[in-house]
Design a protein around this ligand. Structure first.
Ligand SMILES: [Zn+2]
Length: 417
């Protein structure tokens, strides 16, 4: 259940500084002096994106209902009560902080010059009543050693296998949605620089094949776009510098209804055969809601944060607002002479994961190694709910992406799973 707090001192521009920005949210880092709020971030929703205006001319009740489900309160409950049962410990705690339009406008003015120009199309939503306060997952509670944090948007990591894909869309079986969407954006000049071509494919990144993984990391560093962000001690690094048919019967679920969908999904994946045999309208509805959850997960980000382990570290967390992070050990052995260049090409590291200890060990094939013991933690963020009214837009965009790829892309890519 979400907790709501009202702390007037937090609603002051001097307590916050601009930290990062995505398509839907602006993140501020706490810089005030209250120990309780150290290493926390405030997430402010941005104004609604353009395509949702399509639903405006529907009747007023729809708008009221959509408004109720697009609040930060709903977003916070969706993350904790719907997505957390799916992802478990990787979803952190959050609090809702009451905010006023005056504070939001002052923040918007104070951060304007720090924002990327390509993001200025959308401003902070001045009508939001709550902002979401969470731990800053790019930092550790103890600051004994500097931390490095990697924020990655995995996107959808599969090729569809559904037998219902129509003959004109069979390209979907070979090229992943991300690769086709990149091509679509370039062609329609949606990206700032249409000449930029990313060779990154999420299927390579998560393939567990060393060569494909390395290639995708190289590609990510060339064109990080919004897929990759790096933070050193919580400060973002600029990487570039360095290199439906049923729609009318459906409504957006309440949190309680979303929970039923998650339970249904968990039952279904335990017994996949049963669900294929008996597809009634309730099951179709279930699949549509599952699709919406998967669109949330497509847009989520994973934050991995590391620091060198300190000896006999004791951190006083007695006054802390959130429970201490779940951090784990990682021991990496580097060749003694090349500790500077961890990602250097040609070093052949074999990584073994021991489920019992949850320690990750890497060994090198050269003799003479230097072992570094690290703390690491992993959290998932950006878990906003998606809405039924957006499904026609998703559907249209998907068809456009496939059509455009089939028609215009001369050398078609084969993405592998
Ligand atoms: Zn791909």
């Amino acid at each position: 259940m979400s907790r709501i707090i009202s702390i007037p001192e937090l609603c002051s521009v001097s307590q916050w500084k601009f930290k990062a920005e995505g398509n839907a949210n602006i993140i501020l880092a706490y810089v005030g002096e209250d120990e309780k709020f150290l290493r926390t971030v405030l997430r402010l929703r941005k104004s609604v994106c353009n395509h949702t205006e399509v639903v405006k001319d529907k009747d007023a009740n729809d708008d009221v209902e959509k408004e109720a489900k697009s609040t930060q309160l709903f977003a916070s409950l969706y993350a904790t009560d719907v997505i957390k049962p799916l992802l478990g410990e990787y979803v952190g705690e959050s609090l809702l902080v009451e905010v006023q339009p005056k504070f939001l406008k002052e923040i918007a003015d104070s951060i304007h010059s720090l924002r990327s120009t390509k993001r200025l199309r959308k401003n902070i939503d001045f009508t939001q009543r709550y902002a979401i306060l969470t731990s800053d997952h790019t930092r550790f509670s103890s600051s004994s050693n500097p931390s490095l944090s990697i924020e990655l948007k995995p996107k959808w990591i599969f090729l569809p296998t559904s037998p219902h894909i129509s003959p004109e869309n069979t390209q979907k079986l070979r090229t992943c949605r991300f690769c086709m969407h990149q091509h679509y954006k370039r062609l329609n000049k949606i990206d700032k620089d249409p000449s930029v071509v990313t060779g990154y494919c999420p299927l390579d990144f998560f393939s567990l094949v060393d060569e494909r993984l390395r290639r995708s990391i190289d590609e990510l560093f060339k064109v990080p776009s919004n897929v990759l962000k790096l933070f050193m001690q919580g400060e973002q690094l600029q990487i570039e510098k360095y290199y439906m048919a049923q729609q009318s019967e459906l409504s957006d679920p309440t949190i309680e209804e979303w929970k039923v969908v998650v339970d249904g999904y968990k039952r279904r994946i335990k017994d996949p055969k049963a669900s294929v045999e008996n597809v009634d309208s309730a099951q179709i509805r279930q699949r549509i809601y599952e699709f919406l959850i998967s669109t949330t997960l497509k847009d989520c980000s994973i934050i991995l944060t590391f620091k060198k382990k300190a000896k006999d570290e004791v951190t006083d967390l007695s006054g802390a607002l959130f429970s201490p992070e779940i951090s784990k050990d990682l021991s990496i052995a580097f060749p003694a002479q090349s500790t500077k260049n961890i990602c250097s090409k040609g070093s052949n590291k074999n990584i073994e994961i021991s489920n019992h200890t949850k320690n990750l060990k890497a060994s090198c094939d050269q003799n003479g190694t230097h072992e570094v013991l690290l703390d690491y933690k992993i959290y998932v963020i950006d878990l906003d709910p998606k809405y039924i009214s957006n499904i026609p837009h998703y559907y249209e965009l998907d068809s456009e992406i496939v059509k455009s790829y089939v028609k215009n892309c001369k050398v078609k890519r084969t993405c592998m799973e």
